[in-house]
Unconditional design. Sequence first.
Length: 255
Amino acid sequence: MSTSFHHTAAQRMTAGKWSAKGQNAVIRSFVASRKKYLFLKRGFDFLFSTLVLLLLMSWLIPMISLVIILDSKGPVFYRQKRIGRNGKPFYCIKFRTMIQNQEADERPAEENDERITKAGKILRRTNLDELPQFFNVLAGQMSVVGPRPHMLVDCIRFSFVIPSYQFRNLIRPGITGWAQVNGYHGITADYESIILRYYWDAQYVRKAGLWLDLKIIGATIIQSMRNLRAVCFVYFRHKQKRNKSSNQTEIIPRP
């Protein structure tokens, strides 16, 4: 599908009957129609997050924690208030990728943001900063797959662009989602990026199923591996150039 098609389709969604029907009625109707899926989804989330925490996070947390501590002052983890299912706020857990600052809960990360640490750039590029959110999944505040949770400031800002924006909050927010695997993640620089991200979030809410969840998880793992490989390639290439430069300096004869 073309970008213009998605843009037009998303704009039609903004004219939906969300406010007219009432939020509570929409929630009751949605839960009643998807009760079996939501039950199975919660069971999958619990099992999957438990395995990740035991098999992956048990040794990865100490490694990443050491890197963060050596890189900058401050705690290893960072908790930020986000909007969850049915508009209820919760604290989303992440590895800290910024220096401690007063704007963290109000000012989203920007391109070349001076607040992001050296280790933070790598963690964000590889999505490793999101891994602690499996604790949120285990606690029932998030799901492995779903629309990404936004800050309250962003939810208010996006609601002015898309009146039916709350529709995406009918299900638990996810660590990854359909919008993310389609390339809509990170900075929302303009109205079009907001609308297109909402389009894929709304499509997920409408078509969500266990098979689609597995496909999104698979696509996310592939993307993360590619990002990790790209970061490693840049690092080793930079190190190789630096070693080559130092060797050339050493062989230059003194006058």
